[in-house]
Design a protein around this ligand. Structure first.
Ligand SMILES: NC(=O)c1ccc[n+]([C@@H]2O[C@H](COP(=O)([O-])OP(=O)(O)OC[C@H]3O[C@@H](n4cnc5c(N)ncnc54)[C@H](O)[C@@H]3O)[C@@H](O)[C@H]2O)c1
Length: 346
């Protein structure tokens, strides 16, 4: 495709609005042409911020629109299946936010539909793979200079979440990122997951198990631990330490970045800042993710996390939710990864 990629954004809440701004202000080769959200006032307000952007009432109409080449799906996870399947039907490139869908069966339906329809069309929004530090860590581990990777230790903390963010969502919506990180860094599937919870923080909503600790067993014998703490009260902190045979590597340490002094009522202090949320922490990763998606779509290709990656992550989280309920390790059930399911991509 020689001309600009004409992009629509579906779901213009926190993430969709952020992606819309990214597309307009700092993505090359793309033009935001339409947005869609059942909250039509929100969609109209966002469209009015930019020249030449339409607000379309029905997301499926936007996907079918001949004037739209590609869509970013940033609607809630429970509507992703219908919207991604519509993209496959209309041969529209899609960047679908995580989680791909809410359970393993529906994610597998997407993998199968995409494979049956021809060359791949869908990238899944696991943006940690595009974060410069995670990407450098992956390259370092793959180079072999540290020997074999033995362990990962992940930390994933949010300042606070709404009361509606329940225990299972900590697994399905938050831990799913570290599921993808472990699969990405080890280059292997997760075979078993255990999710446990200590006595919850006093600030979690009634009945919500927060924080949680997950243990993944990898197909090659490695392990990963993850703490997810979504009401930590401080800010957004995401890091990963890999332990290998001849060294360790850490992505996401807060001590990197700007050194600053700050004056306040008590005088002054020095140090860095904990990012307030994922939009600040992963701004560069989202920019690189969306740019890579636009560039690939214009070439008629798909790069980055595939529908298989989305499916495998959902399958691990489905097992993780069972483990959280029972306190027992749960084996991950994955379909056989055939050449057909892999599509023409890898
Ligand atoms: N990659 C990341 O780091 C990251 C971070 C946050 C959220 N997300 C993902 O992005 C997606 C959106 O999350 P959010 O935080 O922006 O949520 P949000 O609640 O802020 O926004 C969701 C928007 O989708 C709209 N919507 C509801 N039903 C819809 C439908 N059928 N079609 C189109 N739009 C619909 C809502 O009206 C709302 O405007 C979720 O899948 C979430 O998991 C990813």
């Amino acid at each position: 495709m020689a001309s600009e990629l004409r992009v629509g954004v579906i779901g213009v809440g926190m993430m969709g609005a952020d992606h819309a701004e990214r597309l307009v202000t700092r993505t090359a080769g793309a033009r935001l042409v339409a947005v869609s959200d059942p909250d039509t006032a929100r969609a109209a307000e966002l469209a009015s911020r930019y020249d030449g952007v339409r607000s379309v009432g029905d997301p499926l109409e936007l996907i079918a629109d001949d004037g739209v080449d590609a869509v970013v799906i940033a609607s809630p996870g429970f509507v992703h299946e219908e919207q991604v399947l519509a993209c496959i039907e209309h041969r529209t490139y899609a960047l679908c936010e995580k989680p791909l869908t809410m359970d393993a069966e529906s994610s597998l339906r997407i993998v199968e539909a995409e494979a049956a329809a021809g060359p791949p069309l869908v990238q899944v929004g696991f943006m940690r793979r595009f974060d410069p530090e995670y990407a450098a860590m992956k390259a370092m581990l793959d180079s072999g200079q540290l020997g074999r990777t033995l362990l990962l230790h992940n930390t994933h903390r949010n300042k606070a979440v709404p009361e509606s963010f329940r225990s299972e969502m900590i697994v399905r919506d938050s831990l799913v990122h570290e599921v993808d990180v472990a699969r990405f860094l080890f280059g292997e599937e997760i075979t078993e997951i255990t999710v446990l919870a200590p006595a919850p923080t006093g600030v979690a909503a009634e009945g919500v198990l927060d924080p949680q600790v997950a243990l993944f067993r990898m197909a090659g014998g490695g392990m990963a631990t993850t703490e997810v703490f979504v009401n930590c009260q401080v800010g957004y902190e995401v890091r990963c330490e890999a332990v290998a045979e001849r060294g360790t590597v850490v992505a996401g340490r807060n001590s990197t970045g700007l050194y600053s002094t700050v004056a306040d009522d008590h005088g002054g202090y020095w140090g860095g800042q904990v990012p307030p949320d994922f939009r600040a922490r992963f701004a560069r990763a989202y920019d690189l993710e969306v740019q890579a998606w636009v560039d690939a779509s214009r070439r008629g290709e798909v790069v980055g996390p595939s529908t298989w990656d989305g499916y495998a992550a959902t399958a691990v989280c489905t097992a993780g939710m069972e483990s959280l309920a029972t306190g027992q390790p749960v084996k991950v059930q994955l379909a056989e990864r055939t050449a057909l399911l892999d599509g023409a991509r890898r």
